[in-house]
Design a protein around this ligand. Structure first.
Ligand SMILES: Cc1cc2nc3c(=O)[nH]c(=O)nc-3n(C[C@H](O)[C@H](O)[C@H](O)COP(=O)(O)O)c2cc1C
Length: 216
């Protein structure tokens, strides 16, 4: 099986959010698709090990914040490389309440759903949600998964359904050195050739300091 074929599938980049006993939480997800328009129904696939999975099971509700190309890429890192089990992710990200659920304020649109069914796979739960509210928040092009990989140069962690084990960072800086974020896989690919990253360099995706970058 050539898993590169899977890379030809198209996705967006979203934050799936819900409540955890009154505390807002959620995770980055690329797996969301509209199943039917009447009644409007959306499916998402969330890993069993993600804290968000348990919270959606408990509340029976989830929101999808659709990130745009101008949304802060740091949101993807906060929600995609930390767990709500031990992080208050929404403390680091401005939110608004829509349809009684927390939504990322910097998203270009949102959809709020009631869970109406679910299907278990060996690793992920597919939640089927009936849409109870949706709206556009600001004019922007929705971020595609391809944009996340090619322009933001982000990587997908193990719990993403699209994770490919052999996925390796491969871009090079102009100087020929590669600086790869050890947390999210972001590759520094600057225009200026220099040997070292500046001391105050912060990963634009997951906001980690220079110290987590590995020169290759
Ligand atoms: C670009 C990207 C896409 C992701 N897509 C999914 C997804 O569709 N489903 C999923 O379960 N996890 C996905 N993840 C991984 C979760 O966001 C990640 O495991 C997160 O830390 C889980 O947080 P939680 O424990 O608070 O739920 C993705 C991560 C990234 C960065």
């Amino acid at each position: 099986m050539n898993k590169n074929a899977f890379r030809q599938l198209s996705y967006g980049v979203y934050v799936v959010s819900t409540w955890d006993n009154g505390r807002a939480t959620g995770c980055t997800a690329n797996s969301a698709m509209q199943i039917t328009s009447e009644p409007a129904t959306i499916a998402i696939s969330i890993n069993h090990d993600n804290y968000t999975n348990k919270c959606i099971q408990d509340t029976g509700k989830f929101a999808i914040s659709i990130l745009g190309e101008h949304s802060d890429p740091g949101i993807i890192g906060i929600f995609g490389f930390k767990s709500g089990k031990d992080h208050n992710k929404f403390d680091e990200t401005e939110s608004v309440i829509r349809g009684y659920l927390p939504v990322v304020a910097d998203a270009c649109a949102y959809v709020v759903c009631d869970v109406i069914d679910r299907m278990e796979t060996t690793t992920h739960t597919v939640f089927l949600g009936q849409v109870v509210d949706a709206d556009v928040l600001k004019q922007d092009d929705p971020m595609t998964y391809a944009y996340y990989h090619k322009v933001i140069k982000g990587k997908s962690p193990k719990n993403a359904p699209t994770y490919i084990a052999e996925e390796q960072p491969c871009a090079e800086t102009a100087a020929g050195a590669k600086y790869v974020c050890g947390i999210c896989g972001y590759i520094y690919d600057g225009d200026t050739p220099f040997e070292e990253l500046p001391d105050d360099f912060v990963c634009p995706v997951c906001k980690q300091p220079k110290s987590v970058f590995v020169k290759q």
